[in-house]
Design a binder for this molecule. Structure first.
Ligand SMILES: Nc1ncnc2c1ncn2[C@@H]1O[C@H](COP(=O)(O)OP(=O)(O)OP(=O)(O)O)[C@@H](O)[C@H]1O
Ligand SMILES: [Mg+2]
Length: 291
C-alpha cells in the first residue's frame, strides 16, 4: 500500500458529502485523495470501508470496458493515526473541467424537475431535449452504469455522481470517467456483522433482492435493481444487459479482491459471495430471459 502522507499538496478542493478530500501530486499526476467517512451507524467500525468500495467498484467498471477513474489504495498518517485512503487520478486538465449531469439537466427550461431530480422519465426526457451530447451515447452510458451499479450494489448514482468533461476552448462536452463508487459493496458492514449474515440465506438474499435500491427513481420510488432489471421493461437496459453481462468474469474479480491488503479474509469471502449472488440472481436471470 502506498503511503501518501508526505507528497506535495495542491490547492484544489473537491466537494461531496462522503468524507474529506485532499489534492496531492503522485508520480507527476494530480490525484484526489479520498478519506473514509466516520461511521456513525456502526460503533464497531469507526470509519466505513468506502475506500475499498471506491477501488473495487472503479476497477470492476474498467474490467467491463466502461471507462472509470484510475484508483490506488494507500494510507495517510494524520495526528498519529494511520488512515486508509483511496487516491483517484484527477481526470480534468488545464482546459477541461468536470460538469455533472445535474448541470446539464438544469439547461432544460421548464423541466419537470430540477437538475437533481432523478425520476427515470425526466432523465430520459433530458437526454432527448439537451443539445450537448449525442443522446444515443447518453442512453447507453446511463444503462451501462445502471447495470454495473446493480451488480456492485450502488445506492448513490445520483445526477451529481456522473457527468462530463467540458473543454472550454472547443466548447465541447464528452462523457467523463466513472467516479464515486464509494457507497457500493456494503461499506458499512464489519466482520462481526458479516459473521451474522453470511450463513443466513435470508440475510444474504435481502442484500440481493431488496437492498440497496437505486438513486434513480421509478414512479417516484427508488428503484429495486432486481425488479427493474428482470422486468425487461426498459429496452435500452436490456441492450446493456446483453452488452455487459457476458463480459463479467467472476474469477478475475475474485483475484482482484484477493489481492487487496486492506480487506479482511472474512470481508473478501463476503464480497465474492454477494457479487456472485447479485450476478446470478439479478443479471444472469435477465440475460437468460432475453435469450
Ligand atoms: N477523478 C476525479 N477527477 C476530478 N474530479 C473528480 C474526480 N472524482 C470526483 N471528482 C469531483 O469531486 C467531487 C467529489 O467526489 P466524490 O463524488 O467521489 O465524493 P463523495 O464525497 O463520495 O460524493 P457524494 O456526496 O456524492 O457521496 C465530485 O462530485 C466531482 O466533482
Ligand atoms: Mg459524489
Amino acid at each position: 500500500m502506498i503511503d501518501f502522507t508526505n507528497l506535495p499538496l495542491r490547492k484544489k478542493g473537491y466537494d461531496g458529502a462522503n468524507g474529506s478530500k485532499l489534492s496531492i501530486v503522485y508520480s507527476d499526476n494530480l490525484y484526489m485523495l479520498k478519506f473514509p467517512l466516520r461511521n456513525l451507524k456502526n460503533p464497531n467500525l469507526s470509519y466505513t470501508n468506502s475506500c475499498l468500495s471506491e477501488y473495487l467498484g472503479c476497477h470492476i467498471f474498467n474490467m467491463l470496458g466502461i471507462n472509470a477513474q484510475e484508483t490506488l489504495l494507500g494510507i495517510y498518517k494524520y495526528h498519529g493515526k494511520v488512515r486508509n485512503v483511496v487516491a483517484c487520478k484527477d481526470f480534468t486538465s488545464s482546459n477541461t473541467s468536470f460538469i455533472d449531469f445535474a448541470s446539464v439537466k438544469n439547461q432544460i427550461i421548464d423541466s419537470a424537475s430540477n437538475g437533481y431530480g432523478t425520476e427515470i422519465k425526466d432523465i430520459l426526457d433530458t437526454f432527448e431535449e439537451q443539445n450537448v451530447v449525442d443522446p444515443n451515447k447518453l442512453r447507453d452510458h446511463l444503462w451501462n452504469m445502471f447495470v454495473v451499479d446493480a451488480f456492485i450494489g450502488n445506492p448513490d448514482r445520483d445526477n451529481g455522481n456522473w457527468g462530463f468533461l467540458y473543454n472550454q476552448e472547443k466548447d465541447e462536452m464528452k462523457i467523463a470517467s466513472i467516479f464515486d463508487c464509494g457507497s457500493a459493496l456494503f461499506p458499512q458492514i464489519d466482520d462481526d456483522f458479516i459473521e451474522k449474515i453470511i450463513s443466513s440465506k435470508a440475510e444474504m438474499n435481502a442484500r440481493v433482492y431488496d437492498v440497496p435500491t437505486s438513486a434513480i427513481l421509478f414512479n417516484g420510488k427508488r428503484g429495486n435493481y432486481f425488479k427493474i432489471i428482470t422486468s425487461l421493461e426498459y429496452e435500452d437496459c436490456n441492450k446493456a444487459i446483453k452488452r455487459i453481462v457476458p463480459k463479467i468474469n467472476l474469477d478475475q474479480i475474485n483475484l482482484l479482491i484477493d489481492e487487496v491488503e486492506l480487506a479482511s479474509d472474512l470481508q473478501k469471502v463476503f464480497l465474492k459471495k454477494i457479487l456472485k449472488m447479485r450476478k446470478e440472481i439479478i443479471l444472469d436471470s435477465a440475460l437468460a430471459k432475453l435469450s
